[in-house]
Design a protein around this ligand. Structure first.
Ligand code: PLP
Length: 390
């Protein structure tokens, strides 16, 4: 059976050129970048080339890019260090955040008594900037705002520029989890005054276990992994040279082809949306995922019947999607994001499905997904036809 992969927001397949670049490093560049001899210096040069490439695209200085093992580590480091070293006593966040942000914020509350304030989304997963401004006005405490750029489940986009400017106005620090948008959207940090951001290579055809944190130089952030001078002491430990080179290659390909890839993927997403509308006219789309205010790689569908096993059933048909949910024994429970935006009835009687695309996704993949979805939804379709003919 030929399989179809529609879970690109979870991770993406490695690009062949990325694999080649990584294999070459594994074979030929085993020097430790901290060593002063030529083997070490060759490895160091490779790291610095990647750092420069990333900094150039984000319009920042290379010293503001800190290589880490992933998006989770970057987000942890930023939030924990803001509390440990920058005097943050209050965090404003939302229930839409990825667990690596949500749980880190909760830990800061538990361990350090940090005040946690949640900005509640509306039923389309939008956050009110007016409410954010009120929260920013109403406290003397040193505040960190941590809000993601694009939601990994429903794709909603936050207006980074506006939020960053609000945070500047009220002297709050601003961190954005940009894991779903880095290398997918053009981010100009010379214009957007965000203090911290995060990136993960495996979201754009790079390797797992390689990412970076953007740390604005003036912020004075310190590392939480100590014991070495690597990454200007912001992240001790011998660098993952092969992973960073893989990140660099994936970054270069994504940045160079951004407009071609994005318009191709938008077309695929629109095709998928119209096929869903044609075949499941009662289906809805969660959050802003079917509108322009959404990341072009994600479509979150709300099917008009309840089937918590649908992910498993589609997998058995060779189609990989995500239900945007925590799974136990194959049956999905709605995630925090969906629980924050869906009403009781929708949670009980409907089934959310997240399909996410890459430039490797084809219309034939979408056709296979739709026919598999019709197959696993046969009972619902038959029942609906019977009701209509009664
Ligand atoms: N933040 C968001 C929005 C994500 O989608 C993910 C991954 O799913 C992460 C953070 C974590 O990234 P990583 O898998 O690199 O730890």
């Amino acid at each position: 059976m030929e399989k179809v992969y529609l879970d690109n927001a979870a991770t993406t397949p490695l690009n062949e050129e990325v694999i080649d670049a990584m294999v070459s490093v594994l074979r030929d560049n085993y020097g430790n970048p901290s060593s002063t001899h030529s083997f070490g210096q060759e490895a160091k040069t490779l790291l610095e080339e990647v750092r420069r490439k990333i900094a150039k695209a984000l319009r920042v200085t290379p010293g503001e890019i800190v290589f880490t093992s992933c998006g989770t580590e970057s987000n942890n480091m930023i939030i924990k260090s803001c509390v440990n070293y920058l005097g943050v006593q209050r965090i404003i966040t939302s229930p839409l955040e990825h667990k690596c942000v949500a749980e880190t914020c909760l830990e800061m509350k538990k361990l350090h008594g940090v005040e946690l304030v949640y900005l509640r989304p509306d039923n389309k997963a939008n956050l009110s900037l007016e409410k954010l401004e009120v929260l920013l006005q109403n406290s003397e405490k040193k505040t960190l705002v941590t809000l993601m750029h694009a939601n990994n489940e429903v794709g909603n986009l936050l207006d980074l520029q506006k939020v960053a400017e609000l945070c500047k106005k009220y002297d709050a620090l601003f961190h954005s989890d940009t894991v779903q948008t880095m290398a997918h959207l053009d981010l100009d940090f010379s214009k957007i005054p965000v203090d911290f951001a995060s990136c993960s290579a495996h979201k754009f055809h790079g390797p797992k276990g390689s990412g970076f944190a953007f740390v604005r130089k003036a912020s004075g952030l310190k590392g939480i992994i100590t014991g070495g001078p690597q990454e200007r002491s912001l992240r001790a430990g011998t660098e993952n040279v092969c992973g960073i080179v893989g990140l660099g290659k994936a970054w270069e390909l994504s940045i160079d082809n951004m407009s071609t890839y994005s318009s191709y993927i938008k077309d695929i997403k629109n095709y998928c949306k119209s096929e869903i509308e044609k075949n499941f006219p009662e289906a809805k789309f969660n959050g802003e995922s079917a509108t322009e205010n959404s990341l072009y790689t994600v479509l979150n569908i709300l099917l008009p019947f309840n089937n918590p096993l649908i992910g498993l059933q589609l997998d058995m048909q060779g189609v990989a999607i995500s239900q945007g949910s925590a799974c136990s024994s194959g049956a999905a429970r709605p995630s925090m994001v969906l629980m924050s935006i869906l009403d009781e009835e929708e949670l009980e009687n409907c089934t959310p499905l997240r399909v996410s695309f890459s430039h490797y996704t084809t219309k034939a993949d979408i056709d296979k997904f739709i026919s598999a979805l019709k197959e696993v939804s046969r009972d619902y379709i038959i029942e609906k036809q019977n009701t209509e003919h009664r």
